[in-house]
Ligand binder design. Structure first.
Ligand SMILES: CC(C)(COP(=O)(O)OP(=O)(O)OC[C@H]1O[C@@H](n2cnc3c(N)ncnc32)[C@H](O)[C@@H]1OP(=O)(O)O)[C@@H](O)C(=O)NCCC(=O)NCCS
Length: 265
């Protein structure tokens, strides 16, 4: 059952503190991804993350955790950045803007500590996540990682290879500040579209139709790899009334670039 608006209105976003709140994140992680124990990020990693400059930010309904975002610090090409490894909102609290609010809290904390970049990976078959990342937050993607984690025990993955796009959120870029401060969507010329059918969730979830989802993943993987090689980036996302999604690819006109490693990952 969905949360009610008054329930959402009283939710506060703040840093998680102490073992009990970190344990609540571990429990919520299990609830959302339904991982086998081996795939779970354990309590100890939350403790370490907090000690070394990561982020564990929760959405709290009173004492109860409704969602969290978890990051660890990283370094590439001489620059420090934050890698957000998990963002989760409990099912009844979804689609009320909490995922976005948790990301905005990550941004605020990151900027206060002089980070310019927050990265995370996301499954390019997840239409909702792509929309949230590219359209609502202003992240871009120009790197594709094939079978990033190897096979996953999470049913959300539907047994498919764990292909991921890398979202780069350049926290102080014009693209992001214009969007967040003025609500103006970034303008760019779309040179290519890469589409994901609305039925993808259904296809991934059953043995009988998983092959269709795998076909889409394979087709789109090649398109992304070719497009990124030619200098395009995923800058926008469109949804049609039937729920189908399309990445819009164009050329990013800003020069924030220390994100790329030598292997392009
Ligand atoms: C991804 C997740 C954290 C988002 O949390 P949330 O609180 O529902 O997110 P928000 O409400 O802030 O934003 C979701 C947006 O997607 C939109 N949306 C919802 N369903 C959608 C769909 N099927 N297709 C496209 N967009 C969709 C919502 O309308 C909302 O946009 P809006 O703000 O313009 O209305 C949550 O769905 C979740 O926990 N999913 C499972 C774990 C996961 O995939 N985590 C992220 C990868 S690490």
């Amino acid at each position: 059952m969905s949360a009610t608006l008054p329930e959402i209105a009283r939710i506060t976003i703040r840093k998680c503190q102490g073992i009990d709140e970190f344990n609540a994140c571990v429990a919520l992680q299990k609830e959302v991804w339904k991982f086998d124990d081996l795939d779970i990020i354990p309590l100890r990693m939350f403790v370490v993350s907090e000690k070394i400059g990561g982020q564990i930010i929760g959405a709290f309904d009173g004492e109860t955790l409704a969602g969290f975002a978890f990051s660890i610090p990283g370094s590439r090409n001489g620059h420090c950045y934050l890698h957000s490894h998990m963002l989760a909102v409990r099912e009844p609290f979804r689609n009320y803007g909490l995922g976005r609010r948790l990301k905005l809290a990550q941004r605020e904390d990151a900027i206060s500590r002089d980070f310019e970049l927050l990265e995370w990976t996301f499954d390019p078959l997840e239409i909702k996540n792509a929309y949230l990342n590219l359209v609502r937050l202003g992240a871009i993607a120009r790197r594709y990682s094939v079978n990033h984690y190897g096979l996953s025990s999470s049913p959300l993955q539907g047994g498919l290879p764990t292909d991921r796009l890398v979202a780069e959120w350049w926290l102080k870029s014009k693209r992001v500040t214009d969007l967040l401060d003025r609500g103006s969507s970034p303008r760019f010329a779309a040179e290519q579209k890469i589409s994901v059918p609305a039925q993808i969730y259904e296809w991934k979830s059953s043995d009988a139709s998983r092959g269709r989802a795998a076909e889409i993943q394979k087709r789109n993987r090649q398109k992304f790899l070719d497009a990124f090689r030619s200098g395009l980036a995923a800058l926008g996302y469109e949804r049609d009334p039937e729920g189908n999604g399309s990445f819009l690819l164009g050329r990013w006109d800003e020069n924030w670039s220390y994100a790329s490693g030598e292997d392009g990952q």
